[in-house]
Design a protein around this ligand. Sequence first.
Ligand code: GLP
Length: 245
Amino acid sequence: MNIQRFTDEDTLAAALAARLITAIHQAPRLVLGLPTGRSPLALYSLLAARSVRERVDWSGVRTFNLDEFVGLGGADAGSYHAFMREALFDHIGIDPGHVNLLDGRANDLDAECARYERAIAGAGGIDIQVLGIGANGHIGFNEPGDSLQAKTHVATLQPGTREANAQLFGNDPDRVPPRALSMGMATILAAREIVLIATGEEKAAAVAGMVRGAITTRLPASFLQLHPRVTVMVDSEGWGVGLES
Ligand code: GLP
């Protein structure tokens, strides 16, 4: 793993925005995997601002989001669809037909998961997958447990994860849907390159375990150790004990 330390989340976001914009210039048909949450907000804000200012051409770029709540779709407040539109998609001139998210309102959730896997394969796979990390070490909605799922699947959220997402639901964890659709571990690990962002001290223990600990289903992000091209971008607060060694 390539571990990069930044003084704060703004310098981290600026470095990643620059890297993604360079990647788009080099490969106009780039396929990006994208996360939601607090962690990528500074990145999306910078990408939006720089895209307008520098006329970055997103017309060929395709995106796949990691996850969506079961029961929520494009028109629903609190959905990751809505989050992504507000944070990024409405500001960058991307072709709406190139934006891919899981439909949490699908009648047949398993069929929706299978459709998503086919869509990723049909796009030629994900070139760069950007990830956040949960304080419990989850990526996407692959929660710690006795086992992990390989492919896109229906996931049951842990109480702490519902609390972490409560901001989207009037700060009421009980209103956060208990289930979500999520890319699986193999879906994520199949990306050609992975960049994980971790900011804030509540992530430090998970970051240290991910980088230096054993590979375990109890800390799903630890599986990123198996991938040949992973960059972990951490701010000074998220920097865990033992990362220097
Ligand atoms: C959610 C998302 C994850 C994200 C995580 C961390 O549960 N499903 O993809 O990485 O939260 O969120 P935050 O960046 O807000 O700490």
